[in-house]
Design a protein around this ligand. Sequence first.
Ligand SMILES: [Zn+2]
Ligand SMILES: [Zn+2]
Length: 126
Amino acid sequence: MRYCHNCHRITAGKPLFCSNCGCTYRIKLCPRLHINPRAAQICSQCGSRDLSTPQPKVPFALRPFVFLLDAGPGVLILILLSIWMVFYIRQLINAPDNLLPLMLIALALGLTLYAWMRLNRWNRGK
Ligand SMILES: [Zn+2]
Ligand SMILES: [Zn+2]
């Protein structure tokens, strides 16, 4: 999914245009969907002047957030998994008898990641 900084809405999937206001995200597109940089005035491939309006530039502080949305929940789960690893290792050192709750969390995370990967492949296959 992608977050539009023009109208502040999220469009699902990997859209070229915001489904609410019709902005493109980081690029300009001509009517034939050639990709042009934000600074372009004319399409470099077909010469069309009819380029789409890109969304406003994303403030630097928000970029990691936007990146995460673009990358999808898989990255989020990987981050959660690495946080979990830290807890797991600490628990392993301090109280190795009580690992079951952590193992269950890992199982849930693993299953979520697996489900997401299946869903993602299915989406791409369409
Ligand atoms: Zn929008
Ligand atoms: Zn073009």
